[in-house]
Design a binder for this molecule. Structure first.
Ligand code: ADP
Length: 494
């Protein structure tokens, strides 16, 4: 039986891919298989006769010795341990060691049978994974810290509109917008108002709802909260997020607090409105008295002529003041235009004549190409404002020696008014913003020229209120061409 057992053990040891050794209770290696030799990098004879303590990593020695002692003392029959060996070449080998103690019939310890599985690669892989996990965790902590520290509300929503993440800043905004609580899905209406601060924002206009549908946008303005003391104005941007395969994963939204900016805008509008009001009252009085004066029959001819000039200029001033009021108070309202049959060629001609003295003063050649007459349904006073603004801009932004040309013609069923100059031109990045209220290009030449930045805004309002459109083509240093198209007859006018 004993012999058979030994023969079997020898056979198993020889063929096992697992390192095996038989050691004495003191630690001497009595038999070692090929797999163990290969693992440890020693020849068979180098290991037999040596002790396992010699090839054990010093740091793992004590644990193994304790376990051997406990086994010899009969506290356990076997043990299992992950330990390090030092190979002949000095490299560390991680072994998954299983040890069983064989005793003789009296129970005295005979020898240990050890099996060692090389788990070095697994250990290295596990260490790498642990390192990678630590790095990921560190990054995640950094991102989370930034996420919560930034002064911008951030929200991540998934494809279905569920709020996946909300940073601290946005939680503050959410409390204002949803004092009753938020159910975690995009599109919940609450104390969310349009940019006017009054109109409750409809579900389909809510940034979160639009972003869920895949919409991307910038600077959507809204107010959250209804208490004037605590409400905030926000400017919202949204970008879609995508899976690796490009399919829509959801959206990321950023909410920037623009309360101070919105309040400053309102203050500016109020200021402009109140100044305009203050101007209008004395102007109305001036105009009234002028009218009375003009009715007098006893005025000398030259005085009458001068009064007419005063009257014309006061009337223009009144128009400018009312435009100022219009842009200040009713940014979103549509300009009221009357439509009456008028000869637009005469209107443009008058404006052209009126601009001659200014052209002469600035040394710019002013020319025009106008039909004798062009009948249209329009508001002649408003149209005059358009021509005045475009021509005076042409003259203002062209240096002496340059040219400004005014052309009017009918193209199909629209009139085309074109004012071109050989002036300073407009940078491409400014073109899109020229028509915004108070916008003026940020160049020395423009700063040196008197202006409010309202002219083109009014031009566009009038042209659009007439059902038309306006365009600018320009090149810096070469000049600009402003073209306005207005329908000659609008259906329903005839
Ligand atoms: P303002 O002339 O009072 O500044 P506008 O609204 O008429 O205001 O024009 C806005 C801005 O557009 C100007 O400040 C100027 O920078 C630019 N601009 C307008 N017309 C011209 C032009 N013909 N050539 C070059 N720049 C122009």
């Amino acid at each position: 039986m004993q012999d058979l057992g030994e023969a079997l053990l020898r056979l198993a040891m020889r063929h096992s891919p697992v390192g095996m050794m038989v050691t004495s209770p003191a630690g001497e290696m009595l038999a070692v298989n090929e797999a163990a030799c290969a693992m440890l990098g020693y020849e068979h004879d180098e290991l037999v006769g040596a002790s396992w303590q010699d090839i054990t990593h010093p740091e793992d020695l004590a644990t193994d010795i304790d376990l051997v002692a406990a086994t010899l003392a009969g506290e356990r029959a076997s043990y299992r341990l992950n330990k390090r060996y030092v190979r002949k070449d000095g490299e560390v080998l991680w072994g998954d060691l299983s040890v069983a103690l064989l005793r003789d019939d009296d129970g005295s310890p005979l020898h240990f049978i050890s099996q060692i599985l090389d788990v070095t690669e697994q250990r290295i892989a596990a260490e790498r994974i642990a390192e990678a996990n630590a790095t990921i965790e560190k990054h995640a902590r950094t991102v989370a810290a930034i996420y919560d520290a930034v002064d911008v509300g951030l929200v991540l929503i998934d494809r279905s509109g569920r709020y996946e993440q909300v940073n601290r800043r946005h939680s503050d905004f959410m409390r204002l917008a949803y004092p009753e609580g938020h159910h975690g899905m995009a599109g919940q209406t609450g104390e969310v108002f349009e940019a006017d601060g009054v109109t409750p924002m409809a579900r389909q206009d809510l940034p979160s709802h639009r972003a869920t549908a895949g919409d991307e946008f910038d600077d959507v303005r809204l107010w959250v909260g209804s208490d004037p003391a605590t409400r905030r104005a926000l400017s919202v941007s949204a970008r879609s997020t995508r899976h690796a395969d490009g399919s829509l994963a959801g959206a990321a939204l950023a909410y920037k607090d623009v309360t101070d900016f919105m309040r400053a805008l309102a203050v500016k509008d109020e200021f402009v409105a109140s100044v305009s009001h203050e101007l209008r009252t004395p102007l109305t009085s001036v105009l009234g008295h002028l009218e009375i004066l003009e009715q007098r029959r006893d005025l000398p001819h030259d005085v009458r002529h001068q009064l007419a000039v005063v009257d014309r200029n006061a009337a223009r001033l009144e128009m400018l003041v009312s435009d100022l009021l219009y842009v200040a108070q009713e940014a979103d309202a549509t300009l009221q235009v009357r439509r009456i049959p008028a000869d637009v060629a005469a209107v443009v001609h008058d404006a052209f004549e009126a601009a001659r003295p200014m052209a002469a003063g600035t040394g710019v050649a002013l020319s025009a190409d106008l039909p004798d007459s062009l009948l249209a349904m329009c508001d002649p006073q408003r149209l005059r404002q358009v021509v005045d603004n475009l021509v005076s801009n042409g003259l203002k932004y062209t240096d002496a020696g340059g040219e400004v040309h005014v052309r009017l013609r009918a193209v199909d069923d629209r009139m085309e008014l074109q004012v071109s100059d050989t002036g300073i031109g407009i940078a491409p990045e400014d073109v899109a913003r020229l028509f915004a209220r108070f916008y003026r290009a940020d160049t020395e030449r423009v700063k040196l020229t008197a202006g409010t930045g309202l002219g083109l805004n009014i031009v566009r309002s009038i042209v659009e209120a007439c059902g038309g459109e306006v365009r600018v083509d320009s090149e810096v240093g070469r000049g600009s061409t402003f073209t306005a198209w207005i329908p000659l007859v609008v259906p329903g006018d005839e």
